[in-house]
Design a protein around this ligand. Structure first.
Ligand SMILES: Cc1cc2nc3c(=O)[nH]c(=O)nc-3n(C[C@H](O)[C@H](O)[C@H](O)COP(=O)(O)OP(=O)(O)OC[C@H]3O[C@@H](n4cnc5c(N)ncnc54)[C@H](O)[C@@H]3O)c2cc1C
Length: 445
């Protein structure tokens, strides 16, 4: 197929769909090539197996999604997603203490990942110049070496020419293999966490009053490695997701049967989730997903990056999912791409390099925040950031203070939800609260 102002997207997951949305305003034709078959409803699919596990959408992600697809949040609610008050309906046990519960005036939407993604797909299908081709596995990039230009993609039996190729194929990443094969140096930051996710859905009895819609029990590192969350989702169901760092989950035991799963829930730092589900009805099989490492591929640092290629979403960075940031990063990247496409209208060849630099700016503070936490486990392998122990000390005091100080928790919620920079936790009043808190704790011990 020849190109005529065409953009091709490899992978129709969240990032691929978001990229299609913003590219459709600038390219005559946008083609999404997805290896999965077409979805018939909001159900988990083979190409995105993480969809069986709890997926939280942070405030930055939710407002970004609404900007890209006006009205989508209401659509979520119409088909059963749950609107909660972010700081009243969330019960969060973190570093050994429950967060303060108060009305901060923000809301969060609880739903499964397939429900969210399916709605996004319905919006995309209404854009006239976007076409979805399912059951298509892209095998290679087509490259004009003389012009250092990506000119399309190769499938098993056919090829597609394009003016722009977007790689949104996820962490397995077609581009990184291709870059290596072509001899481009690509730096990878990698942190080994050996994390397991285990999930199952339940029906809970209706005749019990609950003062939460989502309850999270996080492990207190380095001693505790396992944590869990129970969350209401569409269809009056509850999803229970357990996590275990550094191979602390016994896969065989937990997958054995329902009692294997319940036994793991019993091992969490608190019995709260166990007490909710010990007599509940299981609705699904137990699903397991392993994340041996998190990875950030530095396309922003590649010298002489080929023209005509944008790499987006998990293909660039897979972050530790425990902090619920992956989809929001993809949304922030799509918004950044949209801005750059508008800025460079008429000279779209300038977009890829500018985009990779912008994506790195989005990822960098999030990456640092996440590895600061992951490196609390001595078994975590990866490059330690400068000033790690002081950052960990400060963050831990913020976590503990947010169980009693509303101002601190309020600022922390905004940082966690990616709507404020981490530096907002360093304003004088918060530093003062941290120092007083730490000093009084040190006198007690
Ligand atoms: C266990 C787990 C829990 C998570 N929890 C959260 C959470 O709570 N909140 C949050 O925001 N994020 C969470 N994430 C992260 C989130 O799932 C990812 O950030 C997000 O899915 C990234 O989307 P993507 O489109 O970049 O990649 P993917 O979702 O991986 O999509 C890639 C797509 O490309 C297709 N594809 C791959 N190769 C090819 C090919 N060669 N040809 C054609 N198509 C191809 C695949 O079929 C797939 O559809 C979690 C991740 C995991 C693993």
């Amino acid at each position: 197929m020849s190109s005529k102002n065409t953009a091709i997207i490899i992978g129709g997951g969240i990032s691929g769909k978001l990229a299609a949305r913003v590219l459709s305003n600038h390219y005559k034709e946008v083609i999404i090539l997805e290896r999965d078959q077409e979805q018939v409803g909001p159900y988990p699919r083979k190409g995105a197996p993480q969809g069986e596990h709890l997926h939280a959408l942070l405030h930055a992600g939710e407002s970004g999604l609404e900007e890209l697809f006006p009205g989508i949040t209401e659509h979520f609610y119409h088909s059963g997603a749950i609107k909660i008050n972010s700081t009243i309906d969330l019960a969060w046990f973190h570093h050994g203490a429950w967060k303060v519960r108060y009305d901060g005036g923000y809301s969060t939407t609880l739903q499964t990942r397939p429900h969210l993604e399916w709605h996004v797909e319905q919006y995309i299908k209404r854009i006239p110049n976007v076409v979805f081709y399912y059951n298509q596995v892209v095998q290679d990039l087509l490259y004009n070496e003389e012009q250092n230009q990506i000119i399309g993609v190769q499938l098993k039996d056919e090829s597609f020419k394009a003016d722009l190729v977007v790689d949104a194929s996820g962490v397995s990443s077609l581009s990184s293999t291709w870059f290596r094969k072509q001899g481009f140096g690509i730096t990878e930051e990698k942190v080994e966490i050996n994390l397991s996710y285990v999930s199952k859905q339940f029906e809970l009895s209706e005749d019990q009053d609950r003062d939460w819609k989502i309850k999270m029990v996080y492990p207190k590192p380095p001693q505790e490695k396992m944590g869990g969350t129970i969350s209401k989702v569409e269809g009056n169901r509850y999803i229970v997701t357990l996590i275990g760092y550094h191979n602390s989950v016994n896969d065989k035991e937990v997958l054995k049967d329902n009692s294997g799963f319940i036994e793991m829930v019993k091992k969490l730092p608190r019995l709260d989730i166990y007490q909710e589900i010990e007599n509940a009805t299981p609705l699904t099989k137990t699903s397991l997903y392993r994340i041996p490492n998190i990875i950030w591929r530095r396309y922003d640092k590649v010298e002489n990056l080929p023209n005509g290629l944008v790499v987006i979403g998990d293909t660039v960075c897979r972050i530790d999912p425990v902090f619920g940031q992956g989809m929001s990063i993809a949304i922030l990247e799509a918004l950044a791409l949209q801005k750059l496409l508008q800025k460079h209208k008429g000279e779209l060849h300038k977009v890829p390099v500018a985009f990779h630099k912008k994506a790195a700016k989005i990822i960098s503070p999030i990456w640092n925040m996440v590895i600061t936490e992951d490196l609390r486990y001595p078994a975590t392998k990866g490059k330690k950031p400068f000033g790690l122990s002081i950052q960990q000390w400060y963050a831990k005091n913020i976590f503990l203070l947010s169980s009693q100080n509303q101002e601190v928790y309020n600022s922390f919620v905004k940082v966690m939800n990616l709507v404020r920079p981490i530096t907002s936790l360093m304003k004088p009043s918060i530093i003062k609260s941290v120092l007083i808190f730490a000093f009084s704790n040190s006198r007690k011990s």
